[in-house]
Unconditional design. Structure first.
Length: 277
C-alpha cells in the first residue's frame, strides 16, 4: 500500500482497465495500464484517436470510474471515492486546462483566475496577490482588468494556465492546450506551462496530437489500442519524436472512432466527457 507520508502527491495507476458494454459486446478502452508520476514531472500522453487517451485521462481526473484497478494521488484512492468526494477532490487537488480555455466571459482576467480560490474557500488578500504575481509571471500583468473577448488566443490560454495552478493543485491536466494556436504561440504556451510545473513541483499531464510539443516534457507515455505501448524518457529519443530537426508538423495519429459534440467526446456508453483527445 502506498503511504501518503512517503509518496506525497505521487500519481499512480495500478492495472486500470475500462470496459464498455455495447449490446452483447464488451469494448475495452483501457487495458491493464500502470504508470507512476512524481511531483515536478511533466509528461505527454500521446497516441492515435481510439488509443485510450480519452478514457485514461478521464479516469485520472475522476470523471470516469475504472472497471478494475486503482488510481492513487497523494495516498488517496480516487477510484473508490463517492461523487461528492470526487467533486471536492477535483476542486482542491486537480487543475484543468482545456483547448477551449473555458474562461467566464463576464469576468476579467484576474477574476477568472481568482474564481478557483473562491470555489476552494481560499479567496483572501494573499490569494489575490498570488493571482496577480502568477499573471505577471505569464506576461499578463497589463491585462488584469481585460475581459476574455479583449484577449488573443495565446493570452486566453495563459489565463487558463494561471487558473489551473492558482489553487496549488497536486496534479494539472492539459487537454490539447495548443489546438487553436499557431506554432509560435503553441511553443510559448507549452514552454511556459512546463516551466511552471517544474518550478511549482506539480505533476503535469498533457494530451496532445502535436508531437512537436513533446520537446518540453520529461517523459512521453504512448498508448495504442487501449494498451501502454511504451514510455520514452531518454532526452534524445524525445527530441527525435518531437522532430526538433524538422519544421513539418508531426501528429500522433488520425481521428477515427469517436464523435465530438461541443468539445466533448461521446463515449461508447453514451457518457459525455471533455474531449481529451
Amino acid at each position: 500500500m502506498m503511504k501518503a507520508d512517503n509518496m506525497k502527491s505521487t500519481l499512480a495507476t495500478r492495472n486500470i482497465t475500462k470496459e464498455y458494454q455495447i449490446d452483447d459486446a464488451t469494448i475495452t478502452a483501457v487495458d491493464n495500464v500502470s504508470i507512476e508520476l512524481v511531483p515536478g514531472e511533466f509528461v505527454a500522453l500521446v497516441g492515435p484517436s481510439g488509443s485510450g487517451k480519452t478514457s485514461m485521462l478521464a479516469m485520472i481526473a475522476g470523471l470516469l470510474s475504472p472497471t478494475s484497478g486503482q488510481i492513487m494521488l497523494g495516498g488517496e484512492e480516487i477510484s473508490q471515492m463517492s461523487d461528492s468526494q470526487l467533486t471536492a477532490f477535483r476542486r482542491s487537488k486537480i487543475g484543468f486546462t482545456f483547448q477551449s480555455n473555458n474562461l467566464v466571459p463576464f469576468l476579467n482576467v484576474q477574476e477568472n483566475v481568482e474564481l478557483m480560490l473562491r470555489l476552494n474557500g481560499r479567496y483572501d488578500k494573499n490569494g489575490r496577490q498570488r493571482a496577480i504575481e502568477l499573471l505577471e509571471r505569464l506576461g499578463l500583468g497589463g491585462r488584469l482588468h481585460n475581459l476574455p473577448s479583449q484577449l488573443s488566443g495565446g493570452q486566453k490560454q495563459r489565463v487558463a494556465i494561471a487558473r489551473s495552478l492558482i489553487h496549488d493543485p497536486e496534479l494539472v491536466l492539459a487537454d490539447e492546450p495548443t489546438a487553436s494556436l499557431d506554432t509560435t504561440l503553441a511553443y510559448q504556451v507549452v514552454e511556459t506551462f512546463a516551466e511552471l510545473i517544474h518550478e511549482q513541483n506539480r505533476i503535469g499531464i498533457m494530451v496532445t496530437h502535436d508531437l512537436r510539443m513533446c520537446r518540453y516534457v520529461d517523459r512521453v507515455i504512448q498508448m495504442m489500442d487501449g494498451k501502454l505501448e511504451g514510455i520514452i524518457s531518454d532526452r534524445e529519443e524525445i527530441e527525435a519524436l518531437a522532430g526538433m530537426d524538422s519544421h513539418a508538423p508531426r501528429t500522433a495519429g488520425t481521428s477515427q472512432g469517436k464523435s465530438k459534440q461541443n468539445g466533448h467526446v461521446q463515449l461508447p456508453t453514451g457518457i459525455m466527457v471533455p474531449a481529451f483527445s
